[in-house]
Design a protein around this ligand. Structure first.
Ligand code: GLC
Length: 746
């Protein structure tokens, strides 16, 4: 009997061999599909279960699971009980561990996975910062460098890109994604997958679309919390980045710690089977997040690990990270008839497919070459790429009194701030093998660019935001008085950015505010450089400084990048991809919100309208906002049609002019609003952008195309819907300050 399994044709024979007795699965001249089906036919159910088991190596990136020591792990690998290891890195180490797999009965090699979120050894800006560059070419390059270094270190697979929509800065993991917009998030997710995977040669690695799906909607911004949304919200707001990453060819998907429609997503059949496997025709494999199978017991969705294994498998999860539930219970679940061998073969076959695809059966040590590793990691070319990326991620939020750029005859700079000197605050949780000692601090970056300027340093504040240190403040004030300009590096340490780092308070720490107030009294020009893995509430500092430069967490070349911006060697061009709240009470605040039945106007005395009585509805800085050292103006927004036939496309033109005194880059943004629709649509939706360089005084006409794809939305069944009626079109340098026009779709 022959069963057709997507990807594989499983022939229920005991496997085939050629005339020399070499089994088909070991023959490189045969197709991957043939080799997989031959190998499946040879495997016991225990060996198949082993392929679905992933263990951690030298590092726990989750609650310690009582990991056995290496002797036990290696024995399990030799027994064929492990299909993949995570957190095992290095050409030497991976070669040693891989050998244990080759010593197993069938010699099936391991897949090595690792979190390379923004660089392996050369650390790039955090993904959220990188997204603010709106530079898809640079973003793809960054991913390619990460893949080159990772693959040189024996690792085949990264658990990224993270595709979760993030609009709540209380959630520490917003740093991993691409912000609040689905359309931009989708473009960036696809670029990251292409950069990581390339053509899956040995300089590239498997990507992993995570955390599928909707993890960024955690209630209260609290880590590992409950999430839920309507299916229309799921399809229109949360799924687009995952979908784009899958369509870009991502080999794997990781489910999240969250929930959907009352079940943990690890056991959610709608997401994993109906949408991912069937609707999106996903051919790769799904890995659980760290122990997310076992944690279905904590959620109250499974009675024990065997029940969790059954629910995860039947929903569509495949590889089990660190619960060890599948390897323990699949044989009995199959024997009891609760899980079909077809389902197991499909899951195992998808994993084997990529092991063959990467050439691991024929060249199991291809990624574990110490010489290549030494030549690749943190080389000058990669550092240069990291500097380019970091410069493009820095947002100029405020620049008054011509504070910036600093002119090069600045004689004395007072540099203030713990983060400007202590490098351990430069890196976040997800820095793979990056070493902050190899990074460039702001102090070092400034010393390099302002070689003839006296640069004093004072710490200014304690790392602990609860401690206000008057001695540190006094020292900073004294040094400020002796300087021409004060640069004060404040914000949050990179150590509080990432997983398990939710914060209820994302305002600038009071000990830093106290410092700024004293510095302000000196009358010196004050430039605030804000480091953080998330947008913070900056309302209290806008009046205490002349300029605000938001640098996020920039990685290895941090100090050099910031110094290039402050000196004007690079004119900042980044635009925020997450709104900056005016106050904590607004959170979450985001640009693509819905209307209301009682819209508020600028008249703050209105009563019966949707607004806060104590503050504005608007964020301090809106999505898409970022300044330049020059200025840009927009004019002549024109449409090719005012009455568009639905099968046609709409051409949109807008003129942008550099009206300032510096050459610079502008991110021209195009938004739409479907004025009346059967399912509510946001007041604005980003549907196009172009980053353009303009010399001072130069104008360019930017052209965009809007098609049915951009004008339609999803219904709750995930089908695209295009409805006639009025559409508004907006163009500008951010989501707030725009030109507007409209057309009617027939
Ligand atoms: C963590 C994270 C996930 C990561 C995995 C492996 O818990 O949620 O993003 O890829 O475990 O480290």
């Amino acid at each position: 009997m022959i069963k057709y399994i997507p990807h594989l044709l499983v022939v229920l024979l005991a496997g085939c061999s050629d005339s020399t007795g070499i089994p088909d699965y070991k023959r490189a001249d045969l197709s991957v599909e043939k080799r997989v089906s031959d190998l499946l036919a040879r495997m016991t159910i225990e060996e198949k279960a082993g392929q679905l088991n992933q263990l951690a190596g030298d590092l726990n990136t989750g609650p310690a699971s009582g990991n056995a020591d290496w002797q036990h792990k290696l024995q399990s690998i030799k027994n064929g009980e492990v299909g993949s290891m995570l957190n095992v890195v290095g050409a030497g180490k991976t070669k040693q561990v891989q050998q244990a797999a080759l010593d197993s009965r069938l010699g099936i090699p391991l897949l090595f996975g690792y979190d390379v979120m923004h660089g392996y050894k050369t650390i790039f800006p955090i993904p959220l910062a990188e997204a603010c560059s709106w530079d898809l070419v640079q973003i793809e390059k960054n991913a390619t460098v990460a893949a080159n270094e990772t693959s040189a270190a024996g690792v085949h697979w990264t658990f990224g890109p993270m595709c979760d929509i993030g609009n709540d800065p209380r959630w520490g993991r917003v740093m991993e994604g691409a912000g609040e917009d689905p359309w931009l998030g989708a473009q960036i997710a696809a670029s990251r997958v292409k950069g990581l995977q390339g053509n899956l040669d040995s300089n590239h690695i498997l990507a992993c679309v995570k955390h599928y799906a909707g993890y960024g909607a955690v209630e209260g911004g609290k880590e590992y919390a409950y999430t839920d949304m309507s299916r229309t919200e799921l399809w229109n707001k949360y799924l687009p980045p995952y979908k784009a990453a899958v369509e870009a060819g991502a080999a794997t998907v990781m489910n999240g710690f969250n929930t959907f429609e009352g079940t943990p997503v690890t056991g959610n059949k709608y997401l994993l089977d109906e949408v991912l496997k069937n609707k999106w025709n996903f051919k790769g494999f799904v890995v659980s997040d760290w122990n997310s199978i076992g944690e279905m017991v904590n959620w109250g969705y499974a009675t024990d690990n065997k029940d969790a294994a059954l629910k995860a498998l039947t929903a569509g999860s495949m590889m089990d990270m660190e619960t060890k539930a599948l390897v323990a219970h699949i044989p009995e679940l199959v024997k009891e008839g609760k899980v079909s061998m077809q389902l197991i073969d499909d899951a195992v076959g998808r994993i084997l497919y990529y092991k063959f695809k990467l050439g691991l059966f024929d060249h199991p040590f291809a990624y574990s070459d110490e010489q290549r590793e030494a030549a690749t990691l943190l080389n000058e070319k990669h550092r240069k790429e990291a500097l380019e990326a970091a410069k493009r991620s820095i947002i100029l939020l405020q620049n008054e009194n011509n504070a910036l750029p600093l002119n090069n005859n600045t004689k004395k700079i007072a540099l203030v701030g713990l983060f400007a000197q202590d490098k351990k605050h430069l890196f976040d949780f997800w820095v793979a093998q990056g070493d902050f000692n190899e990074a460039v601090s702001l102090q070092e970056g400034l010393q390099s660019v302002f070689a003839n300027t006296a640069i004093s340093y004072s710490q200014g504040y304690e790392a602990d935001r609860a401690i206000s240190n008057q001695t540190l403040i006094a020292d900073a004030v004294n040094k400020a008085r002796a300087a021409d300009v004060v640069i004060v590096n404040i914000g949050l340490s990179g150590e509080i950015a990432g997983e398990a780092r939710s914060l209820s308070d994302v305002s600038i720490p009071q000990n830093q505010i106290a410092l700024l107030k004293e510095l302000k009294k000196t009358g010196k020009k004050i430039i605030a450089v804000v480091s953080s893995g998330r947008p913070m509430i900056l309302s209290e500092i806008t009046g205490l400084c002349d300029a605000i430069v938001y640098t996020w967490i920039l990685g290895t070349e941090s100090g050099n990048a910031i110094a290039q911006v402050l000196s004007g060697k690079y004119n900042p061009s980044a635009k925020t991809v997450m709104s900056f709240p005016l106050a904590a009470g607004q959170i979450p605040v985001y640009y693509n919100h819905f209307r209301t039945g009682r819209p508020a106007t600028a008249n703050s005395n209105e009563v019966w309208v949707s607004r806060y009585r104590d503050i504005s509805n608007e964020p301090l800085y809106p999505f898409g906002f970022g300044l330049s050292y020059t200025t840009f103006s927009y004019s002549n927004l024109e449409l090719s049609d005012s009455a568009l036939q639905r099968e046609n496309t709409l051409r949109v033109k807008v003129t942008v002019t550099n009206t300032g005194s510096f050459d610079g880059e502008e991110v021209v943004q195009l938004y739409i609003n479907d004025v009346t629709s059967s399912i509510l649509r946001p007041v604005k939706e980003l549907k196009g952008f172009k980053k353009v360089f303009l010399e001072k005084g130069e104008s360019k006409v930017m052209e965009f195309i809007l098609t049915n794809e951009e004008l339609s939305f999803y219904d709750g069944a995930g089908n695209k819907v295009l409805e006639e009626g009025w559409f508004e079109v907006f163009a500008g340098g951010n989501s707030r300050d725009v030109l507007t026009t409209r057309f009617r779709l027939k």
